[in-house]
Design a protein around this ligand. Structure first.
Ligand code: MSP
Length: 686
């Protein structure tokens, strides 16, 4: 079956009209991801969690709608396009294409993919604005304060202060903006949290939100007038809507809010309010304070729940482009397959908490639970049925206590898995069917069907039939339960069991004992080949290759020397007499930067990780100057940065530029280049 066809099958609605009642509808969303950089495994995580939930809901008969997409407006995106020297629309088309291609490669069964640059979205967002304005919740004022471009958030603090959420340097904004009367909603929000404890999950996040609102809400600036990359404010084209108001409205615009077409409007009426907005914990305030306040103000229903999960950490910190500690989902998929990534993240990470990603843990988990666990159970059971019963599921005879124990364990696995999965406790949910896999593998070893197969008497043959039926039925139960988590492998096992297309499965009545004896097995193929020792190394190498751009003419430094090298930088081709032309030199973009943050790089004596403000953005640079400079003393210091150097990774950290330094003495001690007069941050050197 083609990938697209199987995805369409997985998305298929329940054909029974009675099951398509509104109370059996389920609308789930991911955050819409920024297109300032390529997707990584953190984005894949939220998306695959939602995909697993959506798949299970469909199998349970819910009329399910699963939305994902991209957040394409705002200053951050505009700047990333400028840095890439590409027009904004072209840039967002490119990166959005990469997100969508990844989700398609992952077999994500989204029902719609919203982009905030879509016309339908702009129309809907403007409709929301008009409602807020008509109902008297928007007024004009002047915003003077700090703005964090990375978080696209107005924050408290003085000029030069770091952002209280992400620690990056904020920018001072003074603009005539439109404001939203957020302050009018504090009481209403607190009442809502009180009356609907399920609105914010888990409990710890709910407490955080309540404390934030109790701390007082100030009116929120909801437009920007110093750049143009956004949805124009209706009736005032000098302003664009604040990117979070624009972005949050995707959850209603995608399903037809503000559409002219009647069918689209009905879709909105049918699916809204959303059942689940799934998000990472860092964007809880936007979803649990601003979004419900906007909806209340517009007179629209509120989503039923916002679920905030923790962060995937790599090398002990949150994966992010700036830190350069990113793992790509493609790497895992290319080496171990889609199911391995999904299973590992759902089984290994306690949902809601931060969890570490490591290639070693991934391969261990893959081998123990998938190759040796489910894969082994499937292949030995199916191969024995094939060999001893000519590929036909045998009729079981009287059950012994060992068989009954497996049946009982399967029944409780069905109940436990459902209860825990539907409570978003994925890791614990998966324990039950995998404990069953373990028990059945053990049962086979104890019952020794291969020994019975040698004996041709009736009693041995009927015992053999019962054992293999029991084992195959347990395999069917685990396969059905695990399908939303392991869609590819379970589809194969299902058809190998002779049961047809798994997406036609109805999970609601899943019961022990329904594998029809006499059904013919399909073609038997292994589903989880064991990963050998080289898998970890191969994945690490692929990450390295994916993050290291093709070699440029810049002279590579020794691994630990970092991005601080004696001036002038050897970045251009030489003429025959060894000299470079002025054009060659002008290819090097040298800028004045200011160190905003500096720290030692763990495990590397010579390296410092710096955050350097170069006027248009704050860059992470890894510099080999730790033996000559204390990190604390560098903060605030102006430096010269080679700003157009291709990024490279040092000790897993991405370095975006090179600090210029003299190399002094035999030891080559670095001495930073600087200026006697004061120079503005961002000034170019030529
Ligand atoms: N554009 C906003 C969201 C607007 S929603 C109306 C945004 N985009 S984002 O690209 O930064 O994506 C953030 C989301 O991606 C997180 O909330 C989380 O769902 C996911 N993750 C990104 N990095 C992650 C980890 N390292 N770990 C877990 N999830 C991560 O914020």
């Amino acid at each position: 079956m083609s990938e697209a066809k199987s995805r369409a099958g997985a998305r298929r609605r329940n054909p029974d009209p009675a099951k398509r009642e509104k109370d059996l509808k389920f609308y789930i969303t991911t955050p819409i991801y920024y297109v300032n950089a390529r997707p990584h495994i953190g984005h894949a995580y939220t998306t695959l969690v939602c995909d697993a939930i959506a798949r299970r809901k469909r199998l349970l008969g819910y009329d399910t709608f699963f939305l994902t997409g991209n957040d394409e407006h705002g200053q951050k995106i505009e700047r990333s396009a400028t840095d890439a020297h590409v027009p904004s629309q072209k840039w967002v088309d490119k990166i959005s294409g990469e997100f969508r291609a990844l989700f398609d490669k992952m077999g994500i069964t989204y029902d719609d993919y919203i982009r905030t640059s879509d016309e339908r979205h702009k129309r809907g967002a403007q409709e929301l604005w008009k409602r807020l304005q008509e109902r008297g919740f928007i007024y004009k004022g002047t915003y003077i304060g700090q703005y964090c471009v990375s978080d696209e958030a107005f924050v408290e603090g003085k000029p030069g202060d770091p952002c209280p959420d992400c620690g990056r340097i904020t920018e001072t904004v003074r603009e005539e903006n439109y404001f939203f009367k957020l302050s009018a909603f504090a009481e209403k929000l607190l009442n809502h949290y009180q009356q609907h404890p399920e609105f914010v999950r888990p409990e710890t996040r709910r407490n955080e939100v309540i404390a934030f609102v109790r701390g007082g809400l100030r009116d929120l600036s909801v437009s920007r007038s110093t750049f143009k990359w956004g949805v124009p404010v209706p009736g005032d084209p000098n302003h664009v809507m604040y990117v979070w108001l624009d972005a949050l409205s995707n959850y209603i615009t995608a399903i037809g809010f503000g559409a002219e077409n009647k069918k689209e409007q009905e879709k909105y009426e049918h699916y809204w309010p959303a059942d689940v907005h799934m998000i990472g914990k860092e964007i809880i305030r936007f979803h649990c304070v601003y979004w419900p306040a906007f909806l209340m103000a517009a007179g629209l229903p509120l989503p039923k729940s916002v679920i905030a999960h923790g962060w995937l950490l790599f090398e002990e910190s949150k994966m992010s482009k700036t830190r350069g500690n990113i793992v790509r989902a493609e790497t895992v998929i290319d080496v171990l397959g889609n199911d391995a990534l999904r299973y590992f993240l759902l089984r290994e990470i306690v949902f809601g908490q931060d969890g570490s990603f490591s290639f070693d843990a991934l391969v261990d988990r893959y081998n123990s639970d998938l190759a040796n666990g489910l894969g082994n159970l499937a292949s030995r059971t199916l191969t024995m049925i094939d060999r001893y019963f000519a590929g036909t599921v045998p009729q079981p005879a009287a059950r012994a206590s060992a068989d009954a124990a497996i049946a009982d364990q399967a029944r409780s696995a069905i109940a436990e898995f459902g209860r825990l999965f539907d409570d978003y406790q994925f890791s614990r949910a998966l324990e039950a069917p995998w404990a069953l896999v373990g028990s059945v593998n053990k049962y086979l070893v104890e019952q020794e069907p291969w020994v019975l197969a040698e004996k041709k008497d009736e009693a041995s043959q009927s015992r053999l039939a019962t054992i293999l039926y029991t084992s195959a039925e347990a395999l069917r139960v685990v396969t059905a339960l695990a399908h939303p988590v392991l869609p590819d492998a379970t589809a194969k096992i299902w058809s190998q069991l002779g049961l047809g297309t798994i997406s036609d499965l109805n999970l609601a009545p899943l019961k022990w004992g329904e594998l029809p004896p006499g059904s013919r097995l399909g073609k038997i193929e292994p589903v989880f080949p064991r990963a050998d020792k080289t898998a970890v190394e191969r994945m690490k190498q692929m990450e390295q290759d994916r993050s290291t751009p093709p070699p440029t003419s810049a002279a590579p430094g020794p691994a630990d020397a970092g991005s601080a090298k004696p001036a002038p930088p050897a970045a251009t081709a030489a003429t025959s007499d060894g000299k470079i032309t002025i054009d060659d030199f002008l290819k090097v973009e040298l800028r004045v930067g200011q160190v905003k943050f500096a720290e030692k790089v763990k495990g590397a004596d010579k390296l410092l990780r710096l955050e350097v403000d170069i006027g248009t953005e704050v860059r992470q640079v890894v510099a080999g100057i730790a033996l000559a400079y204390e990190p604390e003393k560098l903060i605030g210091r102006k430096v010269v940065l080679v700003a157009n150097l291709a990024p490279r990774k040092l000790r897993g950290l991405e370095s975006n530029g090179m600090i210029v330094a003299a190399s002094v003495g035999d030891e080559g001690k670095p001495v930073l280049a600087g200026f006697l007069e004061d120079v503005p941050v961002g000034a170019k050197l030529k």
